[in-house]
Write a protein that binds this ligand. Structure first.
Ligand SMILES: Cc1cc2nc3c(=O)[nH]c(=O)nc-3n(C[C@H](O)[C@H](O)[C@H](O)COP(=O)(O)OP(=O)(O)OC[C@H]3O[C@@H](n4cnc5c(N)ncnc54)[C@H](O)[C@@H]3O)c2cc1C
Length: 416
């Protein structure tokens, strides 16, 4: 079958990879000249298989007033006149219960564990892939006793779902990651997960593109999809530049643009942008930088070592579709990095700053699978976890299109 994948981010490229391996002819379409030019470009580099708890958690609504009052807060909300934004917020508020959060965590863990196995298999199957991949392990730091206790409680729940994690004291954290020596007095402890990985999502995407091209997958880059339309017979066709894209099936993997592409077809998906920022520091020979993946839980900032670079990422701003960076947010992220790892980043005034829009759903679960149109498929809404979940999501989508969806996952992520 000829399948058009709309979107050459990490989700579209992974979809193309598994569809091609299943024997389909694939064409990947994107409005940019290069692959992974939007959200998959500069993300946090975390393959965070055990840290999938959604932003919509039980404590979030009570923390919001404090977060919204602070300029350097990890979460920011700028109301717009868009009904789309308000509806998303309403659904998010309803998802902020312990029960919903536990359910989402359980569902996402099943997809992330499948993704981890597939990613590790991919590393064996495609030895040419070179993307700063490391079995780094992950340390989530806590700055106060209450937060640490909450993490220990969650650890028990996560253990029951198959996560292998341990609670460490502040001294044990520093023993594991000596680059934290300066901040030992400011943390109370951390949760260590040996099985987490880190890698560069953009390099991964470029590597996949090269593999796909070598396998005969076509790329229509610099090609904007103007609309999806219902053709005679009820099949969906993609229109671009006055022409129609030839394909038996269409996969929408268009990140934050998915909702607007699908809405004219009467398909309403709650995918809305959550803006985030990253900084990439080149590390000099004297830099004392972490080798472990580190998350500063209170500040919601992640740190990943990507070869001789340090990637720092964070912030979740609900303020519409604009990619325009806010200098005060970049400065806040820079200050966080300098405070936690002064000997790695303090002198680096010129770290490369980047802004991206997470394609977020209110609950935090992606939407993968069929639509009411028999040849239209979705792989969208991966929020803060698109790199982590790319392989499992793509394999699940391929199963759907081939008529044999994974029975344990298919109903969890398909459009209700
Ligand atoms: C600051 C930040 C940090 C993050 N950190 C992590 C992390 O550590 N780990 C993790 O797993 N995830 C992380 N994420 C999330 C992750 O980056 C995203 O979930 C993922 O990149 C989404 O991939 P995607 O392919 O769905 O979207 P995108 O990468 O945005 O790709 C969508 C593509 O569709 C194309 N497109 C859209 N509309 C059209 C159209 N009409 N015509 C043609 N082409 C079109 C776009 O050009 C784009 O290339 C982070 C995100 C941010 C912002």
């Amino acid at each position: 079958m000829q399948i058009a994948v709309l979107g050459a981010g990490v989700i579209g490229l992974a979809s193309a990879y598994y569809l091609n391996r299943a024997g389909h002819q694939v064409i990947v379409v994107d409005r940019h000249v290069d692959v992974a030019a939007e959200t998959s470009f500069g993300n946090g580099g975390q393959l965070s298989y055990s840290y999938v708890a959604p932003l919509a958690g039980p404590g979030v609504l009570s923390k919001l007033p404090a977060w919204l009052a602070r300029r350097d807060s990890p979460v920011r909300f700028r109301p717009t006149v868009s009904a789309e934004q308000w509806l998303w917020c309403l659904k998010f508020a309803f998802a902020c219960t312990q029960r919903r959060s536990n359910l989402t965590t359980r569902e996402l863990l099943s997809l992330s564990f499948a993704s981890r196995a597939l990613m590790h298999q991919l590393l064996c199957d495609e030895p040419t892939l070179d993307f700063d991949f490391q079995h780094s392990g992950k340390l989530v730091l806590h700055r106060d006793v209450a937060a640490m206790q909450g993490a220990i409680n969650l650890l028990d729940y996560q253990r029951s779902l198959g996560c292998d994690q341990e609670a460490l004291s502040a001294d044990e954290c520093v023993a594991l990651e000596p680059a934290l020596a300066n901040v030992c007095g400011r943390i109370v402890g951390g949760i260590y997960t040996r099985s987490e990985d880190t890698a560069d999502c953009h390099r991964f995407s470029k590597g996949l593109e090269a593999i796909l091209r070598a396998r005969g997958v076509q790329f229509a880059m610099n090609t904007r999809i103007d609309a999806l339309e219902v053709a005679k017979g009820g099949a969906i066709v993609a229109r671009s530049g006055g022409g129609t894209l030839e394909a038996d099936h269409v996969v929408v993997a268009a990140g934050t643009s998915a909702a607007h592409l699908l809405q004219p077809l009467g398909i309403h998906v709650p995918v809305y942008p959550l803006k985030g920022y990253s900084l990439t520091y080149s590390l000099g020979p004297q830099a004392i930088a972490p080798t472990l993946s580190v998350t500063d839980f209170a500040r919601k900032v992640v740190y990943a070592r990507l070869g001789d670079r340090l990637r720092v990422a964070g912030m979740a701003d609900l303020d519409g579709y604009s990619l325009k960076p806010d200098p005060s947010r970049v400065a806040a992220l820079r200050a966080e990095a300098a405070a936690l790892f002064p000997q790695a980043v303090a002198d680096h005034v010129d770290a490369t700053a980047w802004t991206g829009l997470r394609p977020a759903t209110p609950r935090g679960t992606p939407i993968i699978g069929p639509t009411r149109y028999s040849n239209l498929w979705l792989n969208i809404g991966h929020g803060a976890l698109g790199f982590t979940l790319a392989s499992g999501s793509a394999a699940l989508l391929t199963g759907w299109i081939d008529g044999k969806p994974d029975s344990s996952l298919s109903s969890l992520f398909s459009l209700a």
